[in-house]
Design a protein around this ligand. Structure first.
Ligand SMILES: Cc1cc2nc3c(=O)[nH]c(=O)nc-3n(C[C@H](O)[C@H](O)[C@H](O)COP(=O)(O)O)c2cc1C
Length: 373
C-alpha cells in the first residue's frame, strides 16, 4: 500500500506540459535510442508495437530512435530506420497512429551521422561519409568535406523530413545535434576546420550550419510545431570536449539557435547530476534554460547507477534513487526528463513511478538490447 507521501514525492514529474503542438500528460520523455530493427530502413510492425508499449506505459513524450534523412551517406548501418521514401514513411505513419491510439505523443529524432566509422557489420553507404572537413577524429580523415551544394542539399533534406514529420501527424520533431554526429561535427572545432561561412574560430560561427538547419525546418513546419534540438558538450569521439566553456559561450551558442526556431533544448549528459560550470550545481539543462529562457530536457543515468556508454560494452545497470532528480525538478531547473535504458528494458517504468512503486524498478538489463522488449 502506497502512502500519500510516496505519491506526492513524484508529483512534479506528473504535471502536464503544453508547448505549441506538444500536449503531454507528464514530464517524462523516452530518450532516443538506436535499435536497428528496421530492415532496409523500413520500420516493421514490431517497431510499431515497441513504441506503442511505451505509450501504453504512460510515457509523456516518446522520442524515436535516430532516423536518417535523405542523403546518400546519412547512415552507417542498413537496419537503422529511414525518414524518407514511401515505404519507410508508411512504417512511421503506423507508428505514430498506434502511439496516438494508446494516448501517447511522439517526435522522430532526425539524424545525419556525418563522418563515421563503418558499423561492425562492415556495411558501407553508396557514397563516402560526409562532414564539415572530412574528419572522423581530429586530424584523421574518414570521409569527404561537404561542398556548398552538399550543404544546401543536406539542409533541404532536413527540412523535407520536418515537413514529413508534421504531415504524418507527429507531435513534434527532434534534430540530433549531439554526440559528435553531423550537426555537432560542425559545432566542434576538432572536426570543423572550414574557412568559409560554415567554419570559424568561435562556437557561434561554427553554429551557422545548425542555425540554417533549424531555420529551414521552422520554415517547413510553420510557427506552431514544436522543434526540439538535442545537444551535448561531450562527443563520442572524445568525452572531455566542452564546446561552451563558460555560461557566456553557452549563451552565444544557444541564442542564435533559439532565434532560428528551437523551442526546447534537449541537453545530453552522461550523468545528469554533474555541474556544467564551476560555482554552481546547475547541470547542462539547468544552464541552457537559464541563458536561453527556453524549455529544456535533462537526461543521463536518471534512476541508474552507471552511465550508458557501458551498455555498448555489454554492461547492465542497477536501479538507483531518483531523489536528486526530484530536488532539481522542484527547483525548476528543467522542464522535462528523458529516460533511456530504463525504458528500453521496461515499458512500464513510468507507470510504476507514477504509482509510487519505486522498489519495482529493475534498472537496465543488457539482454534487452537483443530484442524489442
Ligand atoms: C542502445 C542505445 C542507443 C542510443 N541511441 C541514440 C540515438 O539514436 N540518438 C541519441 O541522441 N542518443 C542515443 N542514445 C543515448 C540516449 O538517448 C541517452 O542519452 C542515454 O542512454 C543516457 O540516458 P540513460 O542513462 O537514461 O540511458 C542511445 C543510448 C543507448 C543505450
Amino acid at each position: 500500500m502506497k502512502t500519500l507521501a510516496d505519491l506526492e514525492k513524484v508529483e512534479a514529474l506528473f504535471r502536464p506540459f503544453d508547448l505549441k503542438s506538444l500536449h503531454l500528460r507528464n514530464r517524462i520523455v523516452m530518450a532516443p535510442m538506436t535499435r536497428a530493427f528496421s530492415p532496409q530502413g523500413v520500420p516493421t510492425d514490431d517497431v510499431t508495437a515497441y513504441y506503442r508499449r511505451r505509450a501504453e506505459g504512460e510515457v509523456g513524450l516518446i522520442l524515436s530512435e535516430g532516423t536518417v534523412i535523405d542523403r546518400p551517406a546519412s547512415s552507417n548501418e542498413p537496419n537503422i530506420p529511414h525518414f524518407y521514401g514511401d515505404q519507410a514513411l508508411a512504417g512511421w505513419k503506423k507508428v505514430i497512429d498506434s502511439v496516438h491510439q494508446a494516448g501517447g505523443a511522439m517526435a522522430p529524432q532526425l539524424w545525419h551521422m556525418g563522418v563515421m566509422q563503418p558499423s561492425q557489420s562492415g556495411w558501407l553507404p553508396s557514397q563516402p561519409f560526409e562532414g564539415p572537413s572530412g574528419y572522423v577524429m581530429p586530424g584523421q580523415t574518414g570521409g569527404v568535406a561537404m561542398t556548398d551544394t552538399d550543404i544546401a542539399d543536406t539542409i533541404a533534406a532536413f527540412a523535407k523530413a520536418a515537413a514529413d514529420a508534421k504531415r504524418l501527424g507527429f507531435d513534434s520533431l527532434e534534430i540530433h545535434g549531439a554526440h559528435g554526429y553531423l550537426v555537432d561535427q560542425f559545432f566542434w572545432e576538432g572536426l570543423n576546420t572550414r574557412t568559409d561561412a560554415f567554419g570559424g574560430k568561435t562556437l557561434a560561427e561554427r553554429s551557422r550550419f545548425g542555425v540554417e538547419v533549424v531555420k529551414a525546418m521552422r520554415a517547413a513546419v510553420g510557427d506552431d510545431f514544436a522543434i526540439i534540438l538535442r545537444l551535448s558538450q561531450w562527443k563520442q569521439q572524445d568525452f572531455t570536449v566542452q564546446l561552451a566553456k563558460t555560461p557566456q559561450e553557452l549563451e552565444a551558442w544557444l541564442n542564435p539557435l533559439a532565434d532560428a526556431g528551437v523551442d526546447i533544448f534537449h541537453c545530453s549528459q552522461r550523468r545528469f547530476w554533474e555541474a556544467e560550470f564551476e560555482g554552481s550545481d546547475l547541470n547542462f539543462a539547468g544552464w541552457a534554460k537559464k541563458v536561453s529562457g527556453k524549455a529544456t530536457i535533462t537526461v543521463g543515468s536518471i534512476g541508474l547507477n552507471s552511465d550508458f556508454m557501458g551498455a555498448f560494452q555489454g554492461q547492465s545497470s542497477q536501479a538507483s534513487s531518483i531523489d536528486e532528480l526530484l530536488r532539481r525538478m522542484d527547483r525548476g531547473d528543467f522542464d522535462l526528463v528523458a529516460i533511456g535504458r530504463s525504458l528500453l528494458s521496461d515499458p512500464a517504468w513510468v507507470k510504476k513511478v507514477r504509482e509510487g512503486r519505486l522498489e519495482e524498478l529493475s534498472g537496465f538489463n543488457n539482454q534487452s538490447l537483443a530484442t524489442l522488449v
